[in-house]
Design a binder for this molecule. Structure first.
Ligand SMILES: [Zn+2]
Ligand SMILES: [Zn+2]
Length: 405
């Protein structure tokens, strides 16, 4: 079967560093760490695994980071052990086609999403699991790389078939349609971000970035914190319109933005030398879904003293920021790495399923583009040209790539 994966080899990292000076086409070409190639159709390695025929999978910004190896070797995740070959595609929906005799509560025909992607104590069958996994926070697993998976070619959301350990899948609730189920994983990230720092009634909240994650956070806020006042920063007019549709006030990034933020929040604006602008007062909470130097700088300066910033945007580059607002204004800075288990014991996926079933978004408004897997380059180009493509979520249809049987 054909699958999309990347190889984590130093020669590839270096070759791509060179390629990045050229055009996008060369970054998707032979120098890239990305492979679209034949791999063996995976088989269940032991009775605790199951096999899934994928139907569709969302393309996520994180996939692009891996496709382009857009990762500085000095950032923390670059040193995490244990990943030589990574199959891409985690926002998947598939159908169980085979179950091991001890594969738990799954049966042939069940529709599933993927809850646990990166190897953790569960798939590695490490007993007892580390404290993070025991608490259901598999993304924080301390045992990465201490053991190998029982097979390397497991497949991913961007391949027609994959195998999963029984701990990995999430059963799509009965009656949830395919498009809605495609939003389960990104919605789980949004729910996790909001529950990490849940607004109190009447608080002013800012979401920086209005891509899929930003918009889903706005949708989650609407249900989980209906009495919060939500504003957002959107890069493109179509994103601002989508945000307004979710009840958020869209603020344009334009000259004078610090004064504008002071007006919106009733904060005091102050300016020092060398263009050093700050607010005294500001938003109670900020969810930064961009996660670069500039957005983090703004987040720490637009949040009220004693307020909270959640870093939800993923970036693999060590940056340069002024972190003095953290101590000077006693800002709580926290982050999320996808999803896990919430304070009330529910999984982020359970919360996401509930939000989606309550109709907090119309999946048809979110899934703006669809491509078959073989046209993945076109999908990537569409993702990278949002200004003209107006893409929110791009779905890759993998079902039609499966050989007839
Ligand atoms: Zn994702
Ligand atoms: Zn663990």
């Amino acid at each position: 079967m054909k699958a999309l994966y990347f190889e984590n080899r130093l020669s590839k990292v270096l070759a791509l560093k060179v390629a990045q000076h050229f055009r996008l086409s060369s970054m998707l070409g032979p120098l890239s760490a990305l492979r679209y190639a034949d791999v063996p159709e995976p088989r269940i390695p032991n009775p605790r695994w199951l096999k899934v025929r994928n139907l569709a999978c969302g393309l996520c910004g994180t996939d692009l980071h891996f496709m382009f190896m857009d990762m500085d070797p000095r950032c923390f995740p670059a040193a995490m052990p244990g990943i030589r070959k990574k199959f891409l595609g985690h926002e998947l929906v598939g159908e169980v086609v085979e179950v091991g005799v001890d594969a738990g509560d799954f049966a042939v025909g069940d529709r599933v999403a993927m809850r646990i992607d990166w190897p953790s104590c569960a798939q590695l069958e490490i007993e007892p699991p580390c404290a993070a996994c025991a608490a259901g926070n598999y993304m924080l697993c301390q045992n990465l790389g201490t053991k190998e998976l029982p097979l390397e070619d497991v497949g991913g959301g961007f391949s027609p078939y994959m195998v999963m350990h029984r701990a990995q899948p999430y059963k799509v609730p009965a009656g949830m349609d395919l498009d809605c189920a495609l939003l389960l994983e990104p919605m789980a990230c949004a729910a996790h971000a909001v529950l990490k720092s849940k607004p109190e009634p009447g608080e002013r909240v800012l979401v920086i970035g209005s891509g899929t994650l930003g918009l889903l956070i706005m949708a989650a806020l609407r249900t989980l914190a209906p009495e919060a006042e939500v504003a957002c920063m959107a890069r493109y007019p179509f994103q601002a319109r989508a945000a307004q549709g979710l009840g958020a006030e869209a603020i344009e990034e334009a000259p004078g933005i610090y004064r504008r933020m002071a007006d919106v929040t009733g904060a005091r604006y102050a300016k020092g030398y060398l263009g050093n602008e700050i607010l005294l007062g500001g938003f109670n909470r900020i969810y930064d879904t961009v996660g670069n130097d500039e957005s983090i700088k703004h987040s720490l300066r637009w949040v009220k003293g004693g307020g909270s910033v959640v870093l939800a945007g993923i970036n693999f580059k060590p940056g340069r920021i002024d972190y003095s607002p953290v101590w000077c204004q006693e800002v709580s800075l926290t982050g999320i790495n996808c999803h896990g288990t919430e304070a009330d014991g529910r999984t982020s996926f359970d919360v996401a399923a509930e939000l989606l079933q309550a109709g907090c978004v119309r999946p048809g408004d979110f899934i703006t583009h669809r491509f078959p897997l073989r046209k993945y380059k076109q999908a990537v180009k569409t993702f990278l040209s949002k200004r003209t493509s107006e893409a929110i979520k791009i779905a890759i249809d993998v079902a039609d790539e499966s050989p007839a049987r």
